[in-house]
Design a protein around this ligand. Structure first.
Ligand code: HEM
Length: 153
């Protein structure tokens, strides 16, 4: 395995882990275990931040991966990828807002937004893992330049 494959494997595992923690955290609050809910959701947020740091550093220093599958599927793949990226950005904004509401003790609003955040994060994780499977397992792709090389040559 090269660095091109190791980074995405680890970062994708962090998205999956984060989504699993959100599911566990949701279950815990349904069971009225507030403290455990808080700790589990903070762990989920840390996993999401670690994913984001890995993803951005890979984009800067290693580079992204091009579509390597059949040309006939490329457009569909690109639409799917954009959907995943937009969803991830929405989930990040919702996630931060959900945490802020919790720390401000606005629990009624937190509860409403928390449900939307959790579902958005589940779909983000599922689409993220799908992108990983398409790019690295089903059709190993080509590599693009790291952003740092594109800028500094
Ligand atoms: C991004 C992280 C978080 C998410 C996605 C999240 C999600 C949720 C969800 C979905 C519920 C409603 C459960 C239901 O009724 O079906 C909820 C309730 C609750 N959350 Fe969170 N939560 C997060 C972080 C936190 C944190 C950090 C705290 C503590 C400071 C917290 C405290 C609570 C409390 C006390 C409730 C119960 C509110 C009530 O029943 O009125 N949550 N959360």
């Amino acid at each position: 395995m090269t660095w091109y494959e190791i980074f995405p494997t680890i970062s994708t595992s962090f998205i999956a882990l984060s989504a699993i923690l959100v599911a566990i955290g949701w279950r815990l609050i349904i069971l009225r275990k507030r403290e455990a809910h808080e700790k589990t959701m903070i762990a989920a947020a840390v996993a999401a931040v670690l994913f984001f740091l890995m993803y951005t550093s890979r984009t800067i220093f290693v580079g992204n991966t091009n579509w390597g599958g059949p040309e006939s599927l490329e457009t569909i793949y690109r639409i799917f990828l954009v959907f995943h990226i937009v969803l991830a950005m929405v989930a990040a904004v919702f996630g931060i807002s959900t945490l802020v509401l919790a720390f401000k003790k606005s629990f009624a609003k937190h509860r409403k937004l928390g449900r939307v955040t959790a579902v958005t994060w589940f779909v983000t994780a599922i689409t993220g893992v799908t992108v990983y499977v398409l790019l690295y397992l089903m059709y190993p792709g080509g590599h693009t330049k790291p952003v740092i090389d594109a800028i500094f040559g």
